[in-house]
Design a protein around this ligand. Sequence first.
Ligand code: F6R
Length: 357
Amino acid sequence: EKGTYPHYMLKEIDEQPLVMRKIIQMYQNEQGELTIAPEIISAMNESDRVYIIAAGTSYHAGLVGKQFIEGIAKLPVEVHIASEFVYNMPLLTKKPLFIFISQSGETADSRAVLVKVKEMGYRTLTVTNVPGSTLSREADYTLLLHAGPEIAVASSKAYTAQLAVLAILADVTAKSQNIEVNFDLMHELGIIANAMEVLCDSKELFKHISREFLSVTRNAFFIGRGVDYYVSLEGALKLKEISYIQAEGFAGGELKHGTIALIEEGTPVIALATQGSVNLSIRGNVKEVVARGANPCIISMKGLNMDEDSFVIPEVHELLTPLISVIPMQLIAYYAALHRDCDVDKPRNLAKSVTVE
Ligand code: F6R
């Protein structure tokens, strides 16, 4: 089923442009506009705060989703790790809507929260790749990712699909409230699909970058600001789980408050620079680590790029950069695992769906 691909993960990374186009198609009405079931949009509009509950990569998608929903639909969002939320619940607002993000729809930690908040009488929406999954059946509403089966343990195409669906949810919610959205999301998602193709065609470069920065190191840091920080968390998780390199994602400005002590001669620091408003400050953070001997790998977006950058991603709408900046993270992790002879699709100690709490 993986055809000519050596690993499912590489196949699934490569499928991302197709999945984007599929999502655009599946979430379109006859008039060619983005659409979401009216009862889901009503649930959004009737709530005073969205609580996103998820684990792992899906939690990282939730962090970006918060930016989409707050930025586009102007609805406040909190994002919580499922296993924490279940016993450490924050004070809830009067009309919460719970959104569960889960590729498998089977994650026990997320289900435990679902069961609890349903008992409390709150409304629930599951965003999942698996129709008929437990979280889908048990929630009031479901939004499907349409990403096709994800076999590799490390999640890739589900993450970008989650981002696209959350962006569409934000967009349709905003329009239902006559909140002005100053860009055409459907058009931008098409641009994203094309940009994804460019990145997937750059594998040799990422293989090279991965060899240069990660072939011998024991650890690595990923830094970014704003949404780039959230993608850094995902980049670090991908690298850890398949290459076993100890990796940490950090907010660019936070490293100097302690963790910079770990930077040694040659420590790889992968920095994302896709956000105009913080371009200079993230580059300042890179200078701080370089002064302590770090080996910097800067991945920037066209228009913000500088001579020292290792890779420049195509220009896309600034809010949507995580949909493509994550692809270098996925590919760099993939090749790091290959260089180290790791079992890419089935990393040690991990299972595809975690059905214990
Ligand atoms: C990372 C990964 C895990 C899952 C997490 C949640 O690559 O796959 O971190 O994201 O276990 O799984 P789902 O999304 O199925 O609830």
